[in-house]
Design a protein around this ligand. Structure first.
Ligand SMILES: [Zn+2]
Length: 213
């Protein structure tokens, strides 16, 4: 499957997922990521499965899917296929705009994560992201893995949206996105009579964000 074909394919996690599943070869994205992380088969299997236990939101699933398969376009990819004049990071204008740079190594990303962690001090869950858990999700099955994975996913999506809009990463900007996410999740929980589940996961964060109940 060519990269152009996937970039054009805006949505459709299932379709592409099924194609990749039928194919017993190691996905090329996995080979690319393994040049950096060298994760074993079991870890990859957990990464692919874990996201489906984390959210049912198809936009978030599709977003993480493209990260896992290294097909989310960044300056590095767009420059290679002639769609961008530069491969330099939009945020720091220093390094190559690769996925691992944008989602972890960039100083602007590091600043945002640190600001967010500081702001959330006092919540019960310890937010100690590392490079693997931030990029692929916290898939170890720990008690808080779902919350940590979802938070990383929301942060990455905010980072990626800001990248495309060429806007600065700010704590205020992310807090607005996070607050909106929690409002929607809470409404869904109310509708499905699962408010307790919502509170168990998010109450601390909702209070930090002064989410109105
Ligand atoms: Zn950068």
């Amino acid at each position: 499957m060519s990269i152009q074909c996937i970039i054009k394919h805006k949505k459709g996690v299932k379709g592409i997922y099924n194609i990749l599943k039928q194919n017993t070869d190691i996905p090329s994205g996995q080979t690319k990521w393994n040049r950096i992380f060298n994760l074993d088969e079991k870890q990859w299997s957990n990464i692919y499965k874990h996201i489906f236990n984390t959210t049912k939101n198809s936009d978030l699933l599709w977003f993480q899917f493209r990260i896992n398969h290294s097909i989310l376009p960044t300056g590095e990819i767009l420059h290679k296929i002639g769609l961008s004049q530069t491969n330099v990071c939009t945020f720091c204008k220093t390094d190559i705009e690769s996925l691992q740079h944008v989602f972890w190594e960039c100083q602007k990303t590091k600043n945002l994560l640190q600001d967010f962690i500081n702001e959330m001090q006092g919540v019960e869950i310890t937010l100690n992201f590392d490079k693997v858990s931030f990029i692929f999700g916290e898939y170890s099955g720990s008690k808080n893995s779902k919350v940590v994975t979802l938070l990383a996913l929301l942060l990455k999506r905010y980072i990626y949206t800001s990248l495309n809009l060429k806007s600065e990463l700010t704590l205020q900007g992310f807090k607005a996105v996070f607050k909106q996410f929690l409002c929607v999740e809470r409404l869904i929980a109310l509708k499905n009579n699962r408010l307790q589940n919502f509170n168990n996961m998010w109450q601390d964060f909702a209070m930090k964000l002064s989410l109105e109940y």
